[in-house]
Design a protein around this ligand. Sequence first.
Ligand code: DON
Length: 650
Amino acid sequence: MAFGSGRFRVSGSLARALVLALAPFWAVGPVHSSAQAAPTPALVQLVSTTGLSISSPSRSASGSPPATDLQEGAQRFHPIVSAGGMVAAQEAQAAGVGASILRQGGNAVDAAVATCFALAVTLPQAGNLGGGGFLVLWLPRSGAKQSRAPAVPIGRGQAVALNFRETAPMSVRPELFLQADGSVDRVKATRSLLSTGVPGTVAGLTLAQARYGRLPLKVVMAPAIQLAERGFPVGVELAASLTAAAPLLKADPNSRRLFFKSGGLPYRPGEILRQGDLARSLRRIAEQGAPGFYGGPVARALEGLMVQRGGLIRSADLAAYRARWQAPLQGRFRGYQVLTMPPPSGGGITLLQLLNVLEPLKLEATGANSAATIHRLVEAMNLAYRDRNRLLGDPDQVSMPLEQLQSSAYANLQRSRLDLNRHRPAAQLEADPTALGGAPNTTHVSVADRQGGLVAVTTTLNGAYGNGISVPGAGFLLNNELDDFSLKPGSANGYGLVQGAVNAIAPGRRPLSSMTPTLVFRPSGEPLLATGSPGGSRIITTVLQVLLNRLVFGLNLASSVAAPRIHSQLWPDQISLEEGISPDTRRLLEAMGHKLVPVPAMGSANSVEVLPAKGAASGPAASSTRSRSGGSLGVADPRRRDAAAVPERP
Ligand code: DON
């Protein structure tokens, strides 16, 4: 059988598999006609008192005339404005480091790498040397050195993705994580050294910087070394987080020494946290690059810990680790180009699938966070997560139907399955697993430079403080990323994700992730924004909602990030709701068959936006303009108290 047309034909066994898998609800509910895509909202030029030119989609949703005056009709939240570049991150001192690197002539990659190393110091719950992540960058062609990376040309520059996800050690075996009754041992999966994947962060950050940065690595890393060596004032959020994580961290003698005062007392906000061991590790990396981490004393300390306490990582695993350049996934939404992370992120492809399904649904007519819109999002999310969990894994080891999942034919098919009036229970899509909840932390940094260069980078230890275990003498925590595998296919991981055999644990394999660092380009090919988020399985839906708010609902970047979020991932069969969704809306959703669960704030979507250069050509001609940007906007997600967007030049 075959359906679709043109280059998005889906045929053969994949089509059969998809059709069979989704067959139960073909017959149920009204079929939504695939309406014409709504026109891209017009861009309205707003002139602020700083004299900067700010573009914002018009408010066609409400039918009211576009705002033309920032005094009247302005939105309730406002981004930070910069005449140059911008760094938005989950911790203010680290964001400040990135901005200072921009001021020293660094580009977006230098600043992002500097910020990530600084976050390894000031945000130990998620910033890291012992974890992994993904990075998507776009630089104007003149700003990029020659490289063999599989770059995607876009506008006057090129985009590339870097995969520095952790790998499973070579001696891993699935049964190591199972109890006698065959169930997953959650302690082993999240709180033991068995849960640690071979760290990728140092390989990734140093590779990105060497290939695309402008400054010497030593300059880029100097602020992080200083923050670790001299110490920094503990922020409000870090103080609360360390206190909450005390049982985990104090279970490890090293972590107790690193993150608590003598006598095990917690740091209070404003007190200085020094990390001498970490400073030494950072200095080794600054001087030697990745070999300073994957070989020598740091690697020996890590292997020594593993041998002593039953972990699997050996020096051969560390020496073999490589970060990997990949071509970003590319999609179009209402004329905008969306560049995002390919597998082993399950985030990018799921995001593009959702955008494809939602594009013609005229969401501006149903409105942001109305019951009708939330219902459409949730039903589409459930279908997309079902695919994520069953079909995606590590591209180095498994094959995936990526082209088909991204095709318009498949989007049309999925859209036709949405019942616009009634929630389709998850059990109609697949059998009920036992879903768990998570206690998460990950962190996302977005950077714009004054040339319009953009970086979106998300890094993680998986859980907050990973498995809580630190490498003696090296000063950093280890990830518990191997829980992102389906340790037992069909049972839920820490984020309640019920994944299939395609994501089973295997030596050298990278676990499927939800991290979704994403760049958006204007129809002309000029850069528009960078975003991403922590939040485990909720990352994808967070990024989706930031994009819909900005590109469809006419919100500025700050309002787009601040707006209340919802999340659904098939299992558990419920909508997670942040505060801010009205009781009337909730009642309407319940009447459509949804179970609603209020949850704490989800995600931390630190985002930046590039302003068009004054007088820059618009339309297709702009793609050949070698203009600098007209400045940038930055937003620190208000959900995290220590976050900040710091301008290169206010
Ligand atoms: O890669 C993933 O999908 C997860 N390990 C990310 C964890 C996470 O975002 C936790 N954050 N809040």
